[in-house]
Design a protein around this ligand. Structure first.
Ligand SMILES: NC(=O)c1ccc[n+]([C@@H]2O[C@H](COP(=O)([O-])OP(=O)(O)OC[C@H]3O[C@@H](n4cnc5c(N)ncnc54)[C@H](O)[C@@H]3O)[C@@H](O)[C@H]2O)c1
Length: 372
């Protein structure tokens, strides 16, 4: 198969679909790889590095789109890229189709095959290609909190770890999933006093046995959040209810009981956010203040550490990508990949996407049965 990557054109997106390492693996498995000139610069990979690992460099995105059987990207294609869609082309990337009617329509009309990182799953529950992004956002959430607690950035002038003879800062993490557990790891490592809340008792049991007296675990009830938040310096919103908007667990009325200059890092902002005032911000303008509380609400936090997250993303996507490159029959034998297929030959093959636009859903095995 001919596999390729182009430069991401979404604002402030520095990651790239294929690392030189991944190029090497595709090549060793008998594929040809084409990369757009300069595609990896934002993530720290030069054209020379790609060439060293066997890629062919093309001057323009068009040349890559026109040549490949499978386009490996990071972000969903933008409208200026729809003109490259054609029957049989595989696009392997984050798609988030349920939130993008124009893209869904363009993919169906052109009959491209869309395989979405975010719906690939071995067990129907965990999302291996999404996980590294949540890990990165969780770790970054504490680092951003550390920064915005500092006086020059509008904070109270607090050092998370305290100092000998001076109290440590308090961190509250709401949600003990992938983001929450990674935030916890950083906050404990930075020697803060940490409280973590979840409604899933199994997670709290796990944390209790892992961290013992270093961490306080609390059931995530309205009363526990209202009471605990009064004394916190940094609050991290890391809740997810799959398929739903994030619950507004942090009420504005709590702010009058909080200390001015405290920070809320609302990682769940991509699902609407965990506070009543959250609105998406960007890396260039990441924070705003409400009632003296600093809110950090960047919706694509992993993009800030593009080198690390490009590598982590490739580590997760490569094994499925290599299987897809072995051809339709091999790819469709793999349940995780079948779950990843969102559009195929003009059909919607993902239930959530079909539901989002009130369109008919087709089982990928039914529509490919006759063709395999
Ligand atoms: N801003 C960004 O750049 C960025 C990056 C990655 C992920 N995210 C978002 O972060 C959020 C968390 O992602 P994740 O991968 O950790 O999800 P996850 O499914 O691993 O964890 C979510 C946790 O929330 C818990 N939860 C559900 N309801 C709760 C409640 N009422 N109180 C407390 N906990 C509750 C669940 O039990 C679960 O443990 C998601 O909205 C995700 O989209 C944002």
């Amino acid at each position: 198969m001919i596999v390729g990557s182009v430069k991401e054109i979404k604002d402030s997106e520095y990651r790239v679909g294929l690392t030189p390492n991944a190029v090497n693996e595709y090549r060793l498995n008998g594929n040809t790889v084409i990369i757009e000139k300069g595609a990896g610069i934002g993530a720290g990979f030069s054209d020379e590095e790609y060439v060293r690992f066997g890629a062919i460099i093309k001057e323009s995105a068009k040349e890559v789109w026109d040549a490949v059987d499978m386009m490996v990207k990071v972000k969903e294609p933008l409208p200026s890229e729809y003109k490259y869609f054609r029957e049989g082309l595989i696009i392997y990337t984050f798609l988030h189709l349920a939130a993008d009617e124009a893209l869904t329509k363009a993919m169906l009309e052109s009959k491209v095959t869309g395989i979405a990182y975010e719906t690939i799953s071995e067990d129907g529950k965990t999302l291996p290609c999404l996980r590294p992004m949540s890990e990165a956002a969780g770790r970054l959430s504490v680092l951003e909190g550390v920064k915005y607690l500092q006086k020059p950035f509008g904070g109270r002038g607090l050092l998370l770890s305290g100092l000998p003879g001076v109290k440590r800062a308090r961190v509250m993490i709401i949600g003990a999933g992938v983001v929450g557990m990674n935030a916890l790891k950083m906050a404990v490592g930075l020697e803060a006093r940490v409280t973590i809340l979840d409604v899933d008792l199994n997670k709290l049991v796990e944390i209790d046995s892992l961290y013992g007296s270093k961490v306080t675990t609390l059931y995530s009830s309205e009363a526990n959040i209202r009471e605990t938040i009064k004394t916190q310096d940094l609050v991290i919103g890391a809740v997810l209810i799959p398929g739903a908007k994030a619950p507004k667990l942090i009420k504005r009325e709590y702010y009058q009981t909080m200390r001015p200059g405290s920070v809320i890092v609302d990682v769940a902002i991509d699902q609407g956010g965990s506070t009543e005032v959250s609105k998406p911000t960007t890396h260039l303008n990441p924070v705003f203040q409400v009632d003296g509380i600093t809110h950090y609400c960047v919706a694509n936090m992993p993009g800030a550490v593009a080198l690390t997250t490009t590598e982590a993303l490739n580590n997760a996507t490569l094994k499925y990508g290599l299987k897809i490159a072995r051809g339709k029959a091999k790819a469709l034998d793999d349940l995780a990949i079948r779950r990843g297929v969102n559009t195929y030959n003009g059909y919607i093959t993902n239930k959530e996407v079909a539901r989002a636009f009130d369109l008919e859903y087709f089982d990928i095995l039914d529509i490919t049965k006759t063709r395999r």
